[in-house]
Design a protein around this ligand. Sequence first.
Ligand code: SF4
Length: 204
Amino acid sequence: MIEFRIVEIFESLQGEGYNTGMPAVFIRFAGCNLNCAWCDTNFRQFTRFTLDTLLAKVSEYNSKNIIITGGEPTMVKALPELLLSLKNAGYFIAIESNGLGKVDPLIDYIALSPKFCYQSHYQKIKQTTANEVRIVTEKHDDFLDFCQYIEKQINAKRYYLSPCEKNGEMNMLETIDLLGKINQYRIDNKWLLSLQTHKFANIE
Ligand code: SF4
């Protein structure tokens, strides 16, 4: 029987990136192939759901938008079965991934968040297209080189830098400064600022 390891399911507003403010049901899967020092997700504690109990839980909410997140959702073996069921039920499906796995073609909106602290893992990128790329800002001489490398490797409509939150503090000024530098001498201003607005609004 298909089983899913779920950290939490909840309805809220998308807090980051282009779809900020979009109402959605978030399905947060357990497990990740990275272990970022500033990770704010407990992806090791989970409840087991069958496909039917998961679909029943999702149907309790009003939104027809789903955000598949984690942890790292591309690691979920039975994800294609869940996606097919959700598509058949008429849901719009977005994913939040660290960009190391291949994203299922049934996904409608792909947000990739490659991690500078694991830059060596991104030498071979499987998912080379996305709707948006968001990179958490880190203080390092090579950080902008990594951003430019990712822009060449992943063809996305928009690229964002997000301030990193550590101990309740966000490196906002550093992020804005780096945005200025990465957009310098180009006219497309392709790199934008993404804030975790749900944290300012004190919602999940
Ligand atoms: S990739 Fe995301 S979920 Fe995984 S450890 Fe890093 S921040 Fe946490």
